[in-house]
Ligand binder design. Structure first.
Ligand SMILES: NC(=O)C1=CN([C@@H]2O[C@H](COP(=O)(O)OP(=O)(O)OC[C@H]3O[C@@H](n4cnc5c(N)ncnc54)[C@H](O)[C@@H]3O)[C@@H](O)[C@H]2O)[C@@H](O)CC1
Ligand SMILES: Nc1ncnc2c1ncn2[C@@H]1O[C@H](COP(=O)(O)OP(=O)(O)O)[C@@H](O)[C@H]1O
Ligand SMILES: [K+]
Length: 532
């Protein structure tokens, strides 16, 4: 089980291509995957009873292999299936399992739940027919659901109604919802309502609802490749699954292990090495390798950061504090500000002060405002040659073309509102959008959020694993801009500077626990830096 940091991220198609490029049969790969899953599950499950739920595709095939290997090694394991296997490899894997196969809908819970229903092949919400029609009678609905798994129904689990039950209507995640709460939100009564006189029973449970039921009753939930119900590439929760404790990603991380809302259903993500060579221009953000000052260091070799103060000086103060605690040698705040810390060099704004060629990074935007005065300050910043960190209001006053024309290293740190305003709204996934934005502005783009994506104009991408939801407090973005400024001034390549700043920011947040404020976050960067 490998931690995902620093590892390549592959889409479903890229993973399939990597799989094919090995020249090995699907069965051989499945045998390796299933064995690796069995070893990992055994380690996590100890001696508890394990229930493996298997779907009709190769994800289910992995589940059958894992069940066989676990049983061979003495584990207590049960298998429940959602219909018959459909692929040749999954059929062979099913044939290799000599124990009983329970119907998924009837399966009783076990302390350990292993979800091998669907992986990278899921293309539509669970419990949704392949082709939607209207005015469907319950009998027809059952037939359609059978076709949804491209396999004849193996048991009467398909007969009852399916539509809409157990899904969150607007597709949004149930924020911070425990599996138990998630299960409680489901509405088994809607089945009874559609079938008057029929008591709600396990036999009637649609897929999503039964999965929630089994997860709620389990002590430990483990998803194979992805929790069933998540899209692989976009971060979409097609059918919100239970929140899993652990997700075992096969061969490589996939975008939905990192992108929200999907990522929050995955729990701890661990990669299982199944000896498939994988490469990608997208990676999970990794701990940076930052130098500590040597005996020849002085304040300018550590890096000089200049920050332009504007209408809201608190924001630029936070950026300055962050730059200092991220390790900059000299931080100057240009504008009309006052107060501690004494190590911060506060100076009135002037083009002369800005012309200092020792400035290694110029941070503009935190608290800048959008007045004519703000525009003029921004204009002065663009008239220099300093590498730029553009945040907040600066992003509201510029266009991608103008940033591209500024012709020097630049790092943009938009949150979702600023991103939409600068680059336009789109339904594309966050990785695609950030990559396109970096190209358009010829700059590094740090698209912030609970799933921060960093992209370079050459197509490289880093995705930050989720840090802390407590970052959702005013001023934390200013802290990030300052931290990135410190990295840029230290002469890191702009893409690496952005990545290092995001990492330090996330690590500082994790260290602080709940309900911190941005001032504390800036101070905690010191501990994050010290841990490297
Ligand atoms: N990538 C790799 O290196 C390897 C992948 N393997 C496994 O193969 C999985 C992918 O297998 P598949 O491509 O067969 O895909 P899945 O096992 O994820 O299932 C896809 C099947 O379900 C059907 N389906 C899709 N959406 C549905 C829905 N909403 N309701 C009902 N049925 C639906 C599809 O038509 C297809 O038949 C991976 O996640 C992984 O577990 C391993 O077996 C071998 C190695
Ligand atoms: N739920 C969350 N989980 C993790 N990080 C978050 C979350 N919400 C916000 N963040 C992070 O917190 C920071 C917020 O920045 P921003 O929205 O610019 O705030 P402000 O303008 O108040 O400083 C960003 O670095 C963002 O990635
Ligand atoms: K799964």
């Amino acid at each position: 089980m490998i931690r995902p940091e620093g590892r390549p991220v592959l889409t479903a198609a890229q993973m399939r291509a990597a799989e094919e490029a090995t020249g090995e049969s699907v069965s051989a790969l499945m045998e390796r995957a299933g064995t690796a899953i069995a070893v990992a599950v055994r380690r996590l499950a100890s001696s508890s009873e394990i229930l493996i739920v298997c779907g009709p595709g190769n994800n289910g095939g992995d589940g059958y292999v894992a069940a066989r290997v676990l049983a061979e090694r003495g584990a207590k394991v049960r298998v429940a299936a959602l219909g018959d296997p459909k692929t040749d490899a999954a059929k062979a894997a099913r044939a290799g399992w000599s124990g009983p196969v329970e119907a998924f809908a009837d399966a009783a819970p076990a302390p350990i739940l292993v979800d091998a229903l669907f992986g990278t092949g899921l293309t539509r919400p669970l419990d949704e027919p392949a082709t939607k029609t209207t005015n469907t009678t319950p009998a027809k609905a059952g037939a359609q659901l059978g076709s949804a798994i491209d396999s004849p129904p193996a048991s009467p689990i398909w007969a009852p109604a399916f539509a809409g039950v157990g899904t969150v209507a607007d597709g949004r995640p149930p924020l911070n919802r425990s599996p138990a709460e998630a299960g409680a939100q489901l509405k088994p009564s809607s089945n009874s309502a559609r079938h008057p006189g029929t008591p709600a029973s396990a036999r009637e449970r649609p897929i999503v609802e039964q999965l929630h039921h089994l997860a709620t009753a389990a002590h430990l939930t483990i998803a194979i490749d992805l929790p069933s119900g998540l899209a692989t590439d976009t971060g979409a929760a097609l059918s919100p699954p239970p929140i899993f404790d652990v997700t075992l990603a096969l061969g490589a991380a996939k975008p939905s292990h990192l992108l929200q809302p999907a990522a929050r259903y995955c729990g701890e993500v661990r990669i299982l090495d199944i000896a498939i060579p994988v490469t990608s221009d997208t990676h999970v953000l990794d701990r940076p390798d930052l130098p500590t000052p040597g005996p020849d260091a002085h304040k300018y070799t550590r890096g000089m950061v200049a920050i332009i103060a504007g209408a809201m000086p608190g924001a630029s103060d936070l950026a300055a504090l962050a730059a200092m605690h991220a390790g900059a040698g000299y931080v100057t705040l240009l504008g009309d500000t006052s107060g501690p810390p004494h190590a911060l060099v506060r100076a009135p704004f002037s083009d002369h002060a800005l012309a200092n060629d020792r400035i290694g990074a110029l941070v503009v935007g935190p608290g800048l405002g959008r007045s004519d005065e703000a525009r003029s300050l921004l204009q002065s910043a663009l008239a220099t040659n300093h590498p730029l960190v553009l945040d907040g209001d600066a992003l509201r006053l510029l266009t991608p073309d103008r940033i591209a024309a500024s012709n020097r290293p630049a790092i943009l740190t938009p949150h979702a509102g600023e991103f939409d305003a600068l680059f336009g709204k789109s339904d594309a996934d966050k990785i695609t959008r950030t990559r396109a934005a970096a190209k358009a502005a010829n700059a590094i783009v740090v698209f912030k959020g609970a799933d921060t994506v960093i992209a370079a104009p050459d197509g490289r991408v880093r995705i930050a694993p989720h840090a802390s939801d407590w970052l959702s407090t005013a001023g934390t973005g200013d802290v990030l801009a300052g931290a990135i400024g410190a990295m840029l001034a230290a002469r890191l390549a702009p893409f690496d500077a952005a990545a290092a700043g995001v990492w330090l920011h996330a690590d500082a947040a994790r260290r602080l626990g709940p309900a911190f404020i941005a001032d504390e976050l800036a101070l905690a960067l010191r501990k994050a830096r010290a841990s490297l």
